[in-house]
Design a protein around this ligand. Structure first.
Ligand code: KG4
Ligand code: ZN
Length: 350
């Protein structure tokens, strides 16, 4: 089954063709990073406009790269939640129109489910990935930080989540104060490799009496205050050391909770652990989780770096499993076509 997938929830416009939920036939991403970098963060109105300008061309490019035409497409999957509402509406309206014009079903996909599904994917010609539910996952992105039990391809249970800021947002805000270019996560990752991770001490992102929840706002404020105080006093801060220490604090907070989950026989039954989301590209986090899982003899999965950030292939992968789960009732997708809406917020298990 060939699914044409569309992603436009934030600042990347994505179009991809995915076969049977596993094989990427094409994956095109138009990034708006350079535009938003001028403002130090995503400007929603500019994002919507840029999606509108890019979406037709990148969809055409995705079909061409897959060597297919719209006649070869069996369904269209599209991110409709959660995200920037204007940005989501651009992708959704485009996908609805296309699906209507070719008389094919439309499959709405939750963005975070897509990030998790990035772990099912491989490029055509690669060996097939082995991951199948059930498993547990840490989803870390610019807007979310959650520990989730994936019970089947379409059933989720949140184990813990951030009570305030997301982990990626925290990287980006601190990077901005360090005058690193937006988005700062990847730059911080690189600088952290050459810094001293014990140079600064930051608080853990723990939440008292809530074993699996996170709170990144205290850690973020502490880091920003440290930088502002040094600036006021005219003291020099070594950027590499600061990045290394801050990254250590974030990674340690995440890894500690994952470790607790791996030891929790009530909540962790699958013996498979998955990392997903934009921050899954962080080299320190990948290494530490890989080592942790190896110590506990747990199978560890994380997407290829190119599939960690927002892309449409992951939406095509999840779209396939949403379609299969409702196979008995295919008219459901057809009926949804005209009434389908976008939602800025939506729980993964709601
Ligand atoms: O999943 P994503 O592309 O967008 C959302 O759904 O939010 O995640 C983007 C986030 C940004 O905060 C970015 O700074 C962060 O992922 N990120 C990283 C790295 N690469 C991207 N954070 C830490 N280390 C990285 N290597
Ligand atoms: Zn994302």
């Amino acid at each position: 089954m060939n699914i044409l997938a569309i992603e436009s929830s934030c600042d990347e416009t994505g179009a991809a063709v995915v076969r049977d939920g596993r094989y990427i036939l094409s994956d095109i991403v138009a990034s708006q990073v350079e535009t938003h970098a001028l403002y130090g963060g995503v400007v929603p109105e500019i994002a919507s406009r840029a999606h509108t300008e890019a979406i037709s061309n990148i969809t055409r490019a995705a079909l061409e790269k897959a060597n297919l035409t719209l006649n070869d497409i069996d369904a269209i999957a599209v991110t409709n939640k959660p995200g920037l509402i204007g940005a989501l509406l651009v992708g959704l309206s485009f996908a609805k129109t296309l699906a209507y014009s070719i008389d094919k079903p439309i499959i709405p996909v939750h963005h975070l489910k897509g990030h998790i599904a990035a772990n099912y994917l491989c490029f055509n010609g690669d060996s097939s990935p082995l991951l199948e539910p059930p498993f547990s996952a840490l989803v870390v992105s610019g807007g979310h930080t959650s520990l989730i039990n994936i019970e089947s391809y379409t059933e989720y249970r949140t184990v813990g989540a951030t009570q305030d800021d997301a982990c990626g947002e925290c990287f980006d805000k601190v990077a901005r104060i360090l005058s690193l270019p937006y988005p700062g996560g990847a730059k911080m990752d690189a600088l952290a490799k050459i810094g001293n991770k014990d140079a600064f001490l930051f608080p853990n992102a723990a939440v008292k009496d809530r074993a699996y929840d996170f709170s990144f706002s205290g850690l973020k404020t502490n880091a920003i205050n440290t930088l502002n105080t040094a600036k006021m006093k005219g003291e020099e801060i070594n950027t590499e050391d600061f990045c290394a220490s801050f990254t250590k604090a974030v990674v340690t907070s995440l890894v500690q909770r994952v470790q607790r989950l791996l030891c929790d026989k009530e909540l962790f039954k699958s013996n498979k652990f998955v990392l997903a989301g934009g921050v899954a590209a962080n080299s320190h986090l990948r290494t530490e989780l890989e080592e942790l899982c190896a110590r506990y003899s747990v199978e560890f999965y994380c997407p290829k770096i190119s599939l960690c950030g927002d892309n449409a292939s992951m939406i095509g992968a999840q779209g396939y499993y949403e379609y299969c789960a409702n196979y008995e009732n295919q008219t459901h997708f057809q009926k949804e076509l005209l009434s389908l809406n976008a939602y800025a917020t939506k729980r993964i298990d709601g």
